[in-house]
Design a protein around this ligand. Structure first.
Ligand code: FES
Length: 177
């Protein structure tokens, strides 16, 4: 009995040839320090890969264009909207999500601890986005001004902005590990 592969390559009786199925190429990327290969739709937004495929649900839906900043992640260390990035565009990239902020030993990132210490969390929906944007801000400006903090692209429906600002300042002023 012929193997399936033989059958694919066997010419049709009509004379035409069945084209062998294209080998599914994967999109290799790294997420929170671990390697992954995506073999599905290369236009799938990174957000749905994180949430629906990997079950990394910390990154939240933030509208079709990332309004609100709830879907922010770091891509090769730069802040990016996960809904706006098709998987094809993150091939070979290194992604950090909110799940990747804590240390391997479970120790919270200084900003996570500061958000807790300043009670900068209401319902928590916006918190992952704030954390990623704040990490990015502190990477660029170790002592950000109030104005720079106010320009972060994050919205909070629970009114935590003032406490978020205090948390960022707490880290900037020396609580950072
Ligand atoms: S804590 Fe609820 S939206 Fe910000």
């Amino acid at each position: 009995m012929a193997h399936a592969q033989d059958q694919i390559l066997t010419p049709r009786p009509t004379g035409s040839t069945i084209v062998p199925e294209k080998i599914r190429e994967g999109i290799d990327l790294e997420i929170n320090g671990r390697p992954y290969r995506h073999t599905g739709d290369d236009q799938m937004p990174l957000l749905w890969y994180l949430r629906d495929v990997l079950r990394l649900t910390g990154t939240k839906y933030s509208g079709e264009h990332g309004e609100g900043g709830y879907d922010l992640v770091l891509v090769d260390g730069k802040l990016a909207s996960a809904i706006s990035l098709p998987m094809l565009h993150v091939a070979g990239k290194s992604i950090t999500t909110v799940e990747g902020l804590a240390g391997a030993d479970g120790k919270l990132h200084p900003l996570q601890q500061a958000f807790i210490d300043e009670n900068a969390i209401g319902c928590g929906y916006c918190t992952p986005g704030w954390l990623m944007a704040s990490v990015d801000l502190l990477n660029r400006h170790s002592q950000p001004s109030d104005n720079e903090i106010d320009q972060l692209p994050n919205l909070c429906r629970c009114g935590c902005q003032t406490r978020v600002r205090r948390a960022i300042k707490r880290v900037a002023n020396g609580a950072r590990a």
